[in-house]
Design a protein around this ligand. Sequence first.
Ligand code: NAD
Ligand code: IPM
Ligand code: MN
Length: 361
Amino acid sequence: MSKNVLILPGDGIGPEIVAEAVKVLNVANEKFNLGLELVDGLVGGSAYDVHGTPLPEETMEKARAADAILLGAVGGPKWDNLEDRELRPEKGLLGLRSGLELFGNLRPAILYPQLADASSLKPEVVSGLDILIVRELTGGIYFGKPRGIRTLENGEREGYNTYVYSESEIKRIAHVAFQSAMKRNKKLCSVDKANVLEVTVLWREILEEVGKEYPEVELSHMYVDNAAMQLVRAPKQFDVMVTGNMFGDILSDAAAMLTGSIGMLPSASLDKDNKGMYEPCHGSAPDIAGQGIANPLATILSAAMMLRYSLGEGAAADAIEKAVSDVLDKGLRTGDIFSEGMQKVSTAEMGEAVVAALQEV
Ligand code: NAD
Ligand code: IPM
Ligand code: MN
């Protein structure tokens, strides 16, 4: 039976890095007889330019019909000043996440041993690092209402957002986090701001309650400011971290740097049935777009996660991850992970090296 994968390159470096992941998927498809059928779609600024909206109905229909989605990145200065905020590229991505109820965002930060020198932290602080950030993705302050910018009676403007989580939203992400911890080292750290924000007082309470169903998992709690500090001080103390939408966005970018570069961090965004969208954690990198120098590995590793989590093709996923590791062994590096003595390569050269390594796995 064929499996339908929607490819959404997006904006900026999105098309450059997705092109490399598609090459890798095509080879995996043949080698492992996966029966993948790749379909293209538009999202973000590139969709706005053609259809006047960052999430055309046609894309939403393709996304609903797909078995899995691979996305590059959206956004860029060209669309930053659109008067109607609903038309911004980022709204396309947020619309996909909420429309498909992809509430469980898994962001694994793994240091490939070959990249210990590329991290801005000391090798002993990051060597062997393997943590998983579980980020709630369809609620919290990103989606809470009311929201907006209003003019007060005194003529001054005021911007406002609402940080809200319902019990059921907290429960379902808690289960994702505990189940992830059960498959790993059974340590879960929930990150909140329960010393100040009621919404996270409830978050902490529900985490404790759900934790009773997972007695083997050691649950701890940490305030987000401390968690940010601990992530750069001693990241290996963590196994799985679970947190809300905004804290997870920020902490995962920080965790990315532990692995050498944000260009190394993949992600999975899953619904209750593990149908999902897969994307690198980074953005459209307007500062380097069009130069052919972006690191495609986060996107290639996201494609591997897609094979594992949504398409049941663990062996093909393992092979892609092994191919990435082999390429790093050979000393190939894009600029963001480059260090003395290594060979600097372009986006396409990196993608093609992974393809060649995959053919040999
Ligand atoms: P960014 O992640 O795009 O870039 C931050 C820095 O990291 C830049 O210096 C960039 O060159 C570098 N970088 C990112 N990915 C890289 C890669 N693969 N290889 C090498 N270097 C890489 O974040 P930003 O600059 O804050 O945002 C740029 C745009 O991207 C904004 O419009 C933002 O809204 C959007 N964005 C989109 C996503 C997404 O689509 N998931 C995520 C984050 C930001
Ligand atoms: C991410 C991005 C998005 C987010 C933006 C582009 C909406 O930063 O995927 O991490 O904040 O979730
Ligand atoms: Mn982000």
